[in-house]
Design a protein around this ligand. Structure first.
Ligand code: BV8
Ligand code: ZN
Length: 250
């Protein structure tokens, strides 16, 4: 039985609609990727917030790289799910579509998503910890498993670091600029995120201030549920499949 809320949103969607989506770990859950704050979010009894920081890396780079190496190995066995596929199809179908993801897992990329903005970087990129003059800003590295922990910079012999944004680090200025530009939209979706991490969690509030109709699709209520125009709770892979069908894709 189609959800009334989804039917309302489906009726708003036109081919010329400007649609911006923010995703979090919940859209990768159906692929078997542990979420950050869910029951399977721990690694060796450590919380991500204690590992995903420059301080943790400076103090114990080997342990931090063991965590990323383990996540990369888990991810190499996973596939995009229906949520990724619907969003990728929307990125081809709607010319005014932008996907901002907090996820670093690369699954939106593997689903063929266009106009993707990686708000927190990518677990498949690395950069020199010393940011040495001869190394690029960042580069692709999908070696599974990494041959050395920490992996070393081929340009200066120093340590490499994962190409992700850690807690306490600023989001790339160009990424912020592109993401804020995408807030001028007709419909802003937040999908599969606990809406706890800033500044990502502020995007839907700003989109609403700019006149967008804001929709939250998430397994459970979040601190943003009361602030959006419509909150529908359930698995993203099912809600997106249902919403996609309601929009009568050709
Ligand atoms: C910054 C990359 C400026 C690394 C990540 C106190 C108050 C407010 C803010 C702060 C504060 N103290 C510090 C801050 C700032 C901090 C922050 O927001 N902290 C939070 C924890 C309070 N933010 C920062 O530090 C950011 N930078 O502010 O810069 C600055 C500069 C200098 C000094 C100070 C500040 C940088 C944040 C980026 C951190 N990096 N990831 C890596 O991945 O290793 S964040 C990490 O959390 C992931 O990227 C993840 O995407 C993100 C958000 O988590 P979610 O994606 O939402 O995942 P989560 O598990 O939480 O939730 C999943 C949801 O899905 C759940 O609701 C669940 O119900 C739902 N779900 C599950 N299954 C399904 C589902 N939904 C649908 N379908 C399903 N099947
Ligand atoms: Zn280097």
């Amino acid at each position: 039985m189609p959800n009334d809320g989804l039917r309302t949103v489906a009726e708003m969607i036109r081919p010329e609609s400007r649609i911006t989506v923010l995703t979090g770990a919940g859209v990768s859950a159906a692929s078997g990727v542990p979420t950050f704050r869910g029951p399977d979010g721990l690694w060796r009894n450590r919380r991500p917030e204690t590992l995903a920081t420059a301080e943790a890396f400076a103090r114990d780079p080997k342990t931090v790289w063991e965590w990323y190496n383990w996540r990369r190995q888990v991810l190499s066995t996973k596939q995009p799910n229906r949520a990724h596929q619907v969003l990728a199809s929307w990125s081809r179908r709607f010319s005014g579509f932008t996907l901002v993801t907090q996820n670093v897992d690369g699954l939106h990329e593997r689903a063929g998503t266009l106009n993707l903005i990686r708000f927190h970087g990518s677990i498949w990129e690395v950069l020199c910890w010393n940011r040495c003059a001869n190394s690029p800003v960042r580069w692709w590295n999908d070696q599974i498993p990494l041959e050395a922990l920490p992996p070393l910079c081929p340009h200066c012999g120093g340590m490499l670091r994962p190409g992700v944004v850690w807690f306490g680090e600023s989001i790339d200025a160009g990424v912020i600029e592109k993401s804020v530009a995408a807030l001028d939209c007709d419909i802003f979706f937040t999908i599969g995120t606990s809406a706890l991490v800033y500044p990502a969690a502020a995007l839907s509030i700003e989109a609403k201030r700019r006149g967008a109709y804001t929709v939250e699709l998430n397994l459970e209520a979040t601190p943003s549920s009361h602030a959006v125009d419509l909150a529908v709770h359930g698995p993203a892979e099912e809600l997106l499949d249902e919403l996609n069908a309601l929009t009568n894709p050709s």
